[in-house]
Design a protein around this ligand. Sequence first.
Ligand code: ARG
Length: 583
Amino acid sequence: MLTTNLTELLQEAFTQAGYDKSYAVVVKSQRPELCQFQCNGCMSASKQYKKPPFVLAEEVVARLKGLEGADAILQSAEVAKPGFINLTLQDSFLASAMDHLRTDGRAGVGLAPSPYTIVLDYGGPNIAKPLHVGHLRTAIIGESIKRLSRFLGHEVIGDIHLGDWGLQMGMVISEIRRRQPDLPYFDENYSGAYPSEPPFTLEDLEEIYPMVSKLAKEDEAVNAAAKEATFDLQNGRRGYVALWKHIVDLSLGDIRKNYARLGVDFDLWYGESTSNAYVEDVIEILQEQNALYESQGAMVVDVGRPDDKKEIPPIIIYKSDGSILYGTTDLATLYQRAKDFDPDYVLYVVDSRQANHFLQVFRCATDHGIVAEHTKLEHIGFGTMNGKDGKPFKTREGGVLRLSDLIDMVENNAREKILDKEGLDVEEVTHKVGLATLKFADLSNYRMKDYIFDLDKFSSFEGKTGPYILYTNVRINNILSKLEGTVPGPILPAASEVERQIFLKVGELPHALETAFIERAPSVVCEYVYELSTLLNGFYHAHHILNEKDLERKQSWVSLLLLAKKVSGICLDILGLEVPERM
Ligand code: ARG
């Protein structure tokens, strides 16, 4: 917001000096001890105008100072070698800019002038397998990107894209068949209705899947039976479809519970199976374009490019036995998404290790018109959450850690730390602090990087952690409730450097959110809200707000706290964190 004001002012000065206004870009200062903002445009302009940057900058600054009203905005505008323009705002201007934001529910953040339609594919859990830590990042990062995009005015359709159609379904079905062969689901001549209750429990399912999946690797007969069952299911065998529905319903109940606990929600609960109806269309499109050919017993499509650094193999569409693959369901899903939403973007928040898969799918889809030309496909990858040994996070016994156990772990940790103050809703606080620990730890690491899950560090009330951010907000609320008798008044020029820094930080919000959106990086929002929190804590330390004698000053501070609460609230909401009443 402030940088936009200043850019506009500088554009005028550049134009008056006879230079292209596109050079007049103002950014936050990289040398805060010298100035608040800077313009680096003269360095690039110097090439076009064949004049030293310093000379250009001097000319622009001279014009700038002559502009009407510039005095009221700028406290100083100086040229620094080799041609920077350093700018610092008048405190009165800064205060009035803050005062404007008081009544703006969006705290200065504009809505996208031409909003995008975005399909966001995240979550991607697999039916019949319990959610584990590997599902955490996609859920949390995806949810945050959804909230951020929506806040900026884009239309987002979040789709969970359940793994409900692959070989794992065939494995489970064939194993149930081995155990209970007399069930009507397996009788091909059975034409009656199937039982409404499943012939197994969730616990059975959770035991069956890992068991059969291990067995299938060792025993070819088991593997073959699973493949056959998968094929029959995908081709609509009645009993299998009925059994499959039981598996999906049972498993989905548990999946929903886990996501609800995480505060993650989806608009569409579609799965790979949903795309089955479009597989034929996709194959037809590929056939019409003569893109499909046979290779090693499968029908494939080339997606390599001559300038690929490493070879990208063709994408397999179906095998000789007719079974379709992961890439096929993704192509069919894209086809459906194109038909249903004609999106500008389809974003996939999926582990970076699937990069090649998406490269193949995207190339095939764009090369052959499965999506419209204007639709951009993007894989938003992320790294792994590791244990202290630097290897993917495991249970103490070395097994895969369930997501629900991980959530229990952070909640238990929070419970231990929270003092049993009178009237405190321990469960509410435990849940909110626990989740904040987990989410902030995950989101604050730039998504492409692996990170080490260090519960002691992440749950600390100090440092760059979720609990610290929550605590700062609880503190704002606390002070505000003690100041209830003081009406908020106009925001006065900053009384101290730390207050001035808060003003500047508040003014950075639009830029921070825009950057986070462009980079698909919630970590930018984490960094921002952390810096704001640190300043706010410094502010409480520097000023005795409650004892302030000057009423106008006190009223100004109430307004500032309300503004800071609004700004923080926007960020917390984007990150999916909730502030407890007390902690
Ligand atoms: N179920 C998949 C897995 O566990 C992730 C799905 C990601 N989304 C997609 N459209 N392929 O690996």
